[in-house]
Design a protein around this ligand. Sequence first.
Ligand SMILES: *[C@@H]1O[C@H](CO)[C@@H](O)[C@H](O)[C@H]1NC(C)=O
Ligand SMILES: *[C@@H]1O[C@H](CO)[C@@H](O)[C@H](O)[C@H]1NC(C)=O
Ligand SMILES: *[C@@H]1O[C@H](CO)[C@@H](O)[C@H](O)[C@H]1NC(C)=O
Ligand SMILES: *[C@@H]1O[C@H](CO)[C@@H](O)[C@H](O)[C@H]1NC(C)=O
Ligand SMILES: *[C@@H]1O[C@H](CO)[C@@H](O)[C@H](O)[C@H]1NC(C)=O
Length: 312
Amino acid sequence: FTFPSLLVLLLALTTVIVFLKSDLTNWLRLQDQNPCACEKCLSEDNLLALHRLNHSVEPFLTANTNVSADAFRWWKRLQHEQRDFNYYKSTVHKLFKLFPPVVDYGEPSSDSCRTCAVVGNSANLKGSHYGSLIDYQDVVMRMNTAPIKNYESDVGTKTTHRVMYPESAMDLDNSTHLVLFPFKINDLKWVIQAFTTGFYGRSYAPIKSKIKANKNLVMVVNPAFMRYVHEIWLKKKGDYPSTGFMALILALHICDEVSVFGYGADNDGNWSHYFETLKRKNFKTGPHPGKHEYALIHELAQNKTIRLYKGW
Ligand SMILES: *[C@@H]1O[C@H](CO)[C@@H](O)[C@H](O)[C@H]1NC(C)=O
Ligand SMILES: *[C@@H]1O[C@H](CO)[C@@H](O)[C@H](O)[C@H]1NC(C)=O
Ligand SMILES: *[C@@H]1O[C@H](CO)[C@@H](O)[C@H](O)[C@H]1NC(C)=O
Ligand SMILES: *[C@@H]1O[C@H](CO)[C@@H](O)[C@H](O)[C@H]1NC(C)=O
Ligand SMILES: *[C@@H]1O[C@H](CO)[C@@H](O)[C@H](O)[C@H]1NC(C)=O
């Protein structure tokens, strides 16, 4: 070999190696394109049809969340808040002096599959034997004071997240997230004071003045998220969405796979709870567009966006 031809050969070889390497990287990237590690991810195809899902709406408040004046105006009428935007902002500021930032749920990732069970309180859970199926999911979200004891075989035993507002609060164990849905500024003050001095304000129902729960696992739902559920998902039907419906949409935002239990009426068409017989037989859903919410849940199930377990 002459020296120049050796050079040419080396150059050619390098080109081939560089080419192969970049090709390999591309190929690996292609293999990596699944948005999550589930068999079917929520963010795939069906969400393209689901134009309602908007991932730029932050589900949880953080110290840096900017709630718009518009969103505040919407939120403030839910339970007749009299105080102004600045008072709201200073309360949120106090909130994040006490509670650490939310555990970041972030975007779906290709190496994990987060499965969630959203467990409502419908009487259709009675005799369902869904307990082990519910416990099998990574995240188990329950509502308000829904009990577990004596209902284990139908509702399971695991609770990773408990959704509540002050009037529906209960003590939690050390590993359960308290997910607060705030409907007024006092609800934000409540969560601060229930962990510190005690809350002594009044509301339409009695409120626990103190709560036992893990301070590091408190998550507060963003008022702008609640408005988004009302305007985008429910097309502004009803006064505002029920907590159960908002929790389900929350799950669509933080999970790769969502299974829904204990929503809607039972087989006889009664709306009731699995743990109590409601006195008013034709129990309606108050300011919430219950029928419309349930129709939408059905549609989500038909579109295979969620799995809906209807019980018995
Ligand atoms: C269900 O799928 C249809 C057809 O893709 C779509 O038009 C509709 O908006 C979907 N419904 C929901 C609730 O996502
Ligand atoms: C999604 O939400 C963001 C923040 O609220 C908003 O600016 C944006 O217009 C929304 N996108 C769609 C497609 O509605
Ligand atoms: C919120 O608004 C402030 C100023 O209005 C801005 O500096 C900040 O970047 C915004 N934060 C987010 C998360 O958009
Ligand atoms: C609860 O968990 C925290 C850590 O998240 C820990 O510091 C604390 O000691 C635990 N408390 C009890 C009573 O187990
Ligand atoms: C549920 O519906 C059935 C049949 O309509 C009725 O007999 C029963 O009393 C109802 N139960 C409750 C708790 O309302």
